[in-house]
Design a protein around this ligand. Structure first.
Ligand SMILES: NC(=O)C1=CN([C@@H]2O[C@H](COP(=O)(O)OP(=O)(O)OC[C@H]3O[C@@H](n4cnc5c(N)ncnc54)[C@H](O)[C@@H]3O)[C@@H](O)[C@H]2O)C=CC1
Ligand SMILES: CC(=O)C(=O)O
Length: 372
């Protein structure tokens, strides 16, 4: 099979979907890898590194899409890439289709088999191809929040740690999964007071144990969210219902009541955002906007800014699945791997992921019907 890796084109997206180690593994399995010129540069991987591992470098994304049976990417395709899909091509990448009707329509029209990293799910409910980027984004959310709290960035001028005699900042995290836990680790490490809200009380129990009772855990409901948001210097949105649009848990009225110069980092923006006043996706070039005196940060590809770490963390987990797809073709691969089957969001012109179909008001076709 020919595996194609285009250069990412999202604003400041410096990650790349394969490393030289991945190229070597693909070749060892009998496949060929073609990579767009300079696709790895943002992650510190040169064309020569790829060539030495046995890849072929081509000049344009069009050539990659034209020649490859399977496209491996990091971020969801952007409008400029929609015309490049080949009929029934396999696409393995983050897709986040629930807030993306146009992309979904383009994939359905070309009958692309779109396998989304973020919905591949093990039987224990975990999302192994989302986890490493959630670890990155969760950790980043606190350093980003700390920066925007500084006066020079428009913030309230609060230091997360405080100092002896002046209290530490209040960090409130809505969603205690991978992003939330990693945000809490960083915030606690910096000396902030941390509150995490989650719907899942068992998860809160686990976090209470993990942090030795040194963070506050609170059951998530609109009353408790309102109380927590009111006191927050830094609010992190970190909820997820796999595949679905994020619920808007923090209402406009709650944001209006926040302290001037406080900061919101809505990590859940890639699923549409969990804060009512987050009305746009921002970019690394222009990451924030101000509303009701509160700084809003809603970048959907946060790990792209720390691409060297992120590319290796991501490809560590994507490669084993990519090899299965390349070795067997997507149909056989998903028939033999239940976790991978959950990644199939669209195939054969049908929407095969229920939460995506619901979010976009599309007909839902169970994957088994497409495979029959
Ligand atoms: N902006 C970016 O660059 C990135 C965004 N993300 C996104 O961050 C979000 C969170 O990801 P993970 O932490 O990996 O997910 P996760 O599945 O590990 O955690 C989500 C948590 O949200 C909780 N939750 C669900 N509904 C809730 C509610 N009503 N109230 C409170 N908690 C609720 C769940 O119980 C779960 O513990 C996802 O949308 C993910 O795609 C991840 C990486 C990078
Ligand atoms: C998860 C995701 O969307 C990202 O890492 O960019």
């Amino acid at each position: 099979m020919i595996v194609g890796v285009p250069k990412e084109i999202k604003n400041n997206e410096n990650r790349v979907a394969i490393t030289p180690a991945g190229v070597e593994a693909m070749l060892n399995h009998g496949h060929r890898v073609i990579i767009e010129n300079k696709a790895g540069v943002g992650s510190g991987i040169s064309n020569d590194d790829y060539l030495a591992a046995g890849a072929e470098i081509v000049e344009t994304a069009k050539e990659v899409f034209d020649r490859a049976d399977m496209i491996m990417k990091v971020k969801e395709p952007l409008a400029a890439e929609y015309d490049l899909f080949k009929e029934e091509q396999m696409l393995f990448t983050y897709l986040h289709l629930a807030p993306e009707p146009e992309l979904t329509a383009a994939l359905l029209k070309k009958k692309v088999a779109g396998i989304a990293y973020e919905t591949i799910q093990l039987d224990n409910g975990s999302l192994p191809l989302l986890t490493p980027m959630s670890e990155v984004a969760g950790r980043m959310s606190i350093q980003i929040g700390a920066r925007y709290l500084e006066k020079t960035y428009g913030g309230s001028g609060v230091l997360l740690a405080g100092v002896p005699g002046v209290p530490a900042a209040e960090v409130v995290i809505v969603g205690g999964g991978i992003v939330g836990t990693n945000a809490a680790k960083m915030a606690m490490g910096l000396g902030a007071n941390v509150t995490i809200l989650d719907l899942n009380v068992d998860r809160l129990r686990y976090l209470d144990d993990l942090f030795g009772g040194r963070i506050h855990t609170v059951a998530s409901n609109s009353y408790n969210i309102a109380q927590a948001v009111k006191k927050a210097d830094l609010l992190v949105g970190a909820v997820l219902i796999p595949g679905a649009k994020a619920p808007k848990l923090v209402k406009e009225e709650m944001v209006k009541g926040m302290k001037p110069g406080s900061v919101i980092v809505d990590v859940a923006i890639d699923q549409g955002g969990s804060i009512e006043t987050i009305d746009r996706v921002t970019t690394h070039s222009e990451p924030t906007y101000e509303k009701y005196g509160v700084i809003h940060y809603s970048v959907a590809n946060m790990p792209g800014a720390v691409a060297r770490t992120s590319t290796f963390a991501l490809t560590n987990v994507t490669l084993p699945y990519a090899l299965q797809l390349a070795d067997k073709g997507w149909v056989k691969a998903v028939q033999e791997n239940r976790a991978l089957a959950k990644g199939v969001n669209v195939a054969a012109g049908q929407c095969t992921y229920e939460a995506v179909a619901k979010a976009l008001n599309l007909a839902y076709t169970p994957l088994e019907q497409v495979l029959a």
